[in-house]
Design a protein around this ligand. Structure first.
Ligand code: ADP
Ligand code: MG
Length: 359
């Protein structure tokens, strides 16, 4: 058996007067049954375009999209509509609930399109509304509900067809932080219990990392990296991913030889190898991996510029070697103090320069 979803070298190109926009620039991605895949990237990176193609709402300019082994590009309109009905569910940031219908009726809408009998519709709508915790509000209208409850109705409506793939495009973007966390947990629970494939678009890297089995990082219509949340966080493929996924210090360095790098005017032992001799590299260091030490004896030293309490840690910026270093530490430091910084070799991540990669 092949993959449930397979994008092969997909391009989506828009011509806007003189300007050509590559909304997708050679995207290849496979997703298997039951996976929770998050697509993350800044606004305009091509996430929604990718989602719309996967959802058969849009077609690639070039490239192949296979859903359940079938080439979507070769389907006619009726076949496309049938595939959408049978296989796909959608949840967007706008809930698009119908204000004059009660919750039961809202959730029954996709079943009406699918030609399901009235009696069967009632049973299925009630069941999914109970699953999302709205079993006692079946006859309410959407405007009698909170934002979170309306979102649950949208989830119930997307699930009532028992789709194989649920496509969620920034579904929690309109909710406040506390409710968003709650709904994240709820969606993860639903995904695990129903074993539906989730493709989840978000610009929030933390949301992507906490919820998904695999993360797809996008930039300018291209996939930068695909991997488990651990891979993406611990082994970012380039400085963009490192910076986007967690705050990072990214410093220019030179790889002297295997396991030895120079940055901030010092030679450091590291655990990376396989670069050219004296190759210019990006050195990526997480703020939590910098250990504050003595000004005199530490390899890097500088002056504390600012300190902000973040609840769990202090965010400290230090000016050293012409670079503003970001440190996360459970200990505060006085502004203006001269401090030292130490980094263990395994926390020094060496990356190819991005411009070198692009060649
Ligand atoms: P995201 O969802 O990551 O914010 P989109 O996929 O919506 O990004 O857009 C990717 C790029 O494609 C953007 O530069 C956007 O302006 C452009 N784009 C999207 N849809 C269209 C369209 N219908 N016509 C022209 N350009 C578009
Ligand atoms: Mg979008």
């Amino acid at each position: 058996m092949g993959h449930l979803i397979e994008l092969k070298n997909v391009y989506k190109i828009y011509q806007m007067g003189d300007e050509t926009v590559h909304a997708l620039d050679g995207v290849s991605l496979t997703v298997d049954q039951g996976e929770f895949v998050a697509i993350v990237g800044q606004s305009g990176s091509g996430k929604s375009t990718c989602m719309n193609i996967i959802g058969c709402l849009d077609v690639p300019t070039h490239g192949i999209y296979r859903l359940n082994g079938r080439d979507v590009g070769k389907m006619n309109r009726n076949e496309l509509a049938a595939v959408r009905n049978e296989m796909l569910g959608f949840i967007f940031q706008q809930y698009n609930l119908l204000p004059r219908l009660n919750l039961m009726e809202n959730v029954e809408v996709p079943l009406v399109y699918a030609g399901i009998s009235r009696a069967e519709r009632h049973i299925r709508a009630r069941e999914v509304l109970e699953q999302v915790g709205l079993g006692d509000k079946l006859k309410n209208r959407p405007n009698q509900l909170s934002g979170g409850q309306q979102q649950r109705v949208a989830i119930a409506r997307a699930l009532v067809n028992e789709p194989k793939v649920l496509l969620l495009d920034e579904p929690l973007g309109a909710l406040d932080l506390k409710l968003r966390k709650e709904m994240q947990g709820e969606l993860m629970r639903i995904q695990k219990s129903l074993k539906i494939t989730f493709i989840y678009v978000t610009h929030d890297q933390e949301e992507a990392l906490t919820m998904s089995d695999r993360v797809v990082v996008m930039k300018d219509g291209e996939i930068q990296q695909i991997g488990t949340p651990q891979d993406i966080y611990n082994e970012p493929k380039n400085a963009f991913v490192a910076d986007f996924i967690g705050e990072s210090n990214i410093i220019d360095g030179v790889m002297y030889e295997d396991y030895e790098v120079e940055f901030a005017g010092q030679a450091f032992k590291c655990v990376d190898k396989g670069f050219d001799e004296n190759e210019r590299v990006d050195v990526v260091i997480r703020p939590e991996d910098i250990i504050v030490g003595d000004y005199e004896t530490s390899p890097i030293s500088g002056e504390v510029e600012s300190v902000i309490f973040k609840g769990v840690h202090y965010e400290i910026t230090v000016d050293a070697h012409g670079y503003k270093w970001l440190i996360h530490s459970t200990q505060s430091q006085p502004v203006g103090a001269h401090i030292g910084m130490n980094i263990d070799p395994e926390n020094i991540h060496i990356m190819k320069k991005m411009e070198a990669q692009a060649k």
